[in-house]
Write a protein that binds this ligand. Structure first.
Ligand SMILES: NC(=O)c1ccc[n+]([C@@H]2O[C@H](COP(=O)([O-])OP(=O)(O)OC[C@H]3O[C@@H](n4cnc5c(N)ncnc54)[C@H](O)[C@@H]3O)[C@@H](O)[C@H]2O)c1
Length: 103
């Protein structure tokens, strides 16, 4: 008959034997640790939600492109030409690249 005693890490509910949990993980399996983890997760999640709401309302700070050089591939037509025109209006030096010479 086995007379194995079951010792549990302080604060841990009966579950796996302490020796079955890797040495480095034992102190992390406490109720207090779990509560802290959940609270930390909630704080970070709420922080990101507040940041997303703020950015939706206020918007992102816009980068000043005046004087920047922009290379647009396929700038002879379609989306490329529209992007090139927009960049030129924002003050960029626009370099166009296209196989369609006419465009
Ligand atoms: N139009 C859309 O709704 C849409 C949506 C998602 C993605 N895209 C992608 O965006 C890109 C542009 O779309 P578009 O509708 O403006 O296409 P488009 O065909 O109107 O324009 C493409 C331009 O690229 C040029 N081009 C093609 N091969 C080239 C090469 N090897 N080197 C340089 N220039 C070249 C063409 O001459 C043309 O002027 C495509 O890759 C397309 O798949 C388009």
């Amino acid at each position: 008959m086995s007379t194995e005693t079951q010792e549990y890490t302080n604060g841990m509910r009966p579950g796996p034997l302490t020796r079955e949990i890797p040495e480095c993980m034992r102190d992390k399996y406490t109720v207090v640790q779990t509560v802290f983890d959940v609270l930390a997760f909630l704080m970070v999640a709420i922080g990101y939600i507040i940041q997303a709401i703020y950015r939706t309302i206020v918007g992102y700070p816009k980068k000043d492109l005046k004087g920047s050089i922009a290379l647009v591939t396929g700038g002879g037509g379609g989306l490329g030409s529209l992007i090139a025109l927009r960049l030129a209006r924002l003050g960029c030096v626009v370099v166009l690249w296209d196989i369609n010479k006419q465009g």
